[in-house]
Design a protein around this ligand. Structure first.
Ligand code: MN
Length: 427
């Protein structure tokens, strides 16, 4: 099926600002609560949210095989499970409905009142029920920087890193959409030069700038997914902030990897941008430093040119951008991650979330965490309000943004924005 939704010449009859992340070529998917307190699946063009449940009831998807209630749900899991053919047909139809040359909905005032919402009339929810969450560690710059700090430059990358897309299984229960504040975590911390831990608030709360992909049902128990087929099972991508408590992490992570230092919160942007919408932005990936085993060898361009940035907004002050990087710096791409994840037969379900790992570029202003940007806190960052940061302070808001741009078409993710509140106090 052609990707007619991506036609760069198409204009919408809905207003779209010049620098919007959501032109008619994007057509992301999300879940929102409407002004009438109804939960629905929707999309967005410019700053208008579109109720797909209502559009479907009004017959605008006639001819596409969809169950009646496919969009009248509080998650996208069933729609995602319908597979790529359906996602394409629906995106293509939405593009037609909102094409400036199509009058059917444009001229129907009653239908428009039911279907269209201003952003301040809706509340974005988590777009999927996330059964399983895996976080990779796939940026060579990030792994090298962290290895440098924890070990020595000679042992920065552990011997397995160039052969395996390293990952750990994360926790789904604390994944939250943009806008939900979190509390500074407490836990066990080993003070410098001490040999027994203390209990207290983490003093080193950090972000990790990541992207994550959301899968459809991919395989049965026991069945590996070939690397060149893997993208068939990727529905789309979101921005992800893998909140990390570095002092808790340092004490707990050996020998089994991160646990409480990571699972107190993970924030994601609420609109899933489809892999289909990102097609025009494919680029060559990083050249392998060492030969990779056959099941990880892929063909074609499987990396994506997505500009990313992180800002910190202190309470009551203007934001300061602290990092600018790009998704293309990933050493292991999503297809390799999924092929590796399933090579032992691990099943992947609709709505599973796979984080990329912190994305760091080659320069010191393109690192994906405060740990790296301030080099363990040795080089504080200056904020616009004159204050300094080594890690994240109470009441700071961390904002991540991402977009692609080519030949005048911009496809973006909006943002994931999360405020860090002080330690939780029982009333
Ligand atoms: Mn991470």
């Amino acid at each position: 099926m052609p990707l007619s939704a991506n036609n760069p010449d198409r204009k919408s009859w809905l207003h779209v600002d010049k620098n919007s992340d959501f032109p008619i070529q994007n057509i992301p998917f999300g879940v929102f609560l409407t002004r009438d307190d109804i939960i629905t699946i929707g999309t967005r063009i410019g700053d208008t949210a579109i109720d797909l449940g209502a559009l479907h009831q009004l017959g605008y998807f006639d001819g596409i095989p969809l169950t009646d209630d496919i969009f009248l749900q509080d998650t996208l899991n069933d729609f995602i499970a319908d597979g790529r053919k359906t996602w394409r047909a629906v995106r293509n139809r939405i593009a037609q409905i909102f094409d400036s040359n199509n009058d059917s909905l444009k001229q129907n005032k009653r239908h428009k009142e039911i279907v269209l919402f201003r952003l301040d009339e809706i509340e974005m929810q988590l777009p999927v029920h996330i059964g399983d969450y895996t976080d990779f560690y796939s940026s060579i710059e990030h792994a090298t920087n962290v290895g440098n700090m924890l070990r020595t430059p000679e042992n920065a990358l552990l011997p397995n890193w160039l052969h395996i897309p390293i990952a750990y299984h994360g926790r789904s229960s604390s994944i939250i959409p943009s806008g939900i504040p979190i509390h500074r975590p407490q836990g066990q911390i080993l003070p410098n030069d001490a040999d027994t831990p203390i209990f207290g608030p983490s003093k080193l709360v950090d972000f990790e700038l990541e992207m994550a992909f959301i899968t459809t049902v991919a395989n049965d128990l026991g069945e590996p997914i070939p690397v060149d087929e893997a993208e068939e099972y990727i529905f789309g991508l979101v921005l992800l902030n893998d909140w990390s408590a570095r002092d808790i992490q340092k004490w707990e992570y050996i020998p089994h990897g991160p646990f409480l230092s990571k699972n107190f919160a993970t924030s994601i942007s609420p609109w899933i941008v489809t892999l289909d919408a990102l097609e025009p932005y494919r680029v060559e990936g990083q050249k392998p430093v060492k030969p990779q085993l056959e099941y990880l060898q892929y063909h074609g361009k499987k990396s994506f040119d997505i500009d990313l940035e992180v800002a910190i907004r202190p309470s009551g002050a203007k934001e300061t951008i602290v990092s600018k990087t790009n998704f293309k710096y990933m050493y292991w791409n999503m297809a390799q991650q999924l092929a590796h994840h399933t090579i032992n037969g691990c099943p992947i379900n609709s709505g599973d979330l796979m984080g990329s790992g912190a994305i760091s570029g080659p320069t010191s202003d393109s690192y994906g965490s405060m740990l790296e940007l301030t080099w363990k806190g040795e080089k504080p960052l200056k904020m616009k309000d004159g204050s300094e940061r080594t890690f994240i302070n109470d009441n700071d808001t961390v904002i991540m943004r991402g977009h692609c741009e080519k030949d005048g078409t911009r496809i973006g993710f909006g943002e994931v924005s999360t405020k860090l509140l002080p330690v939780f106090k029982r009333k």
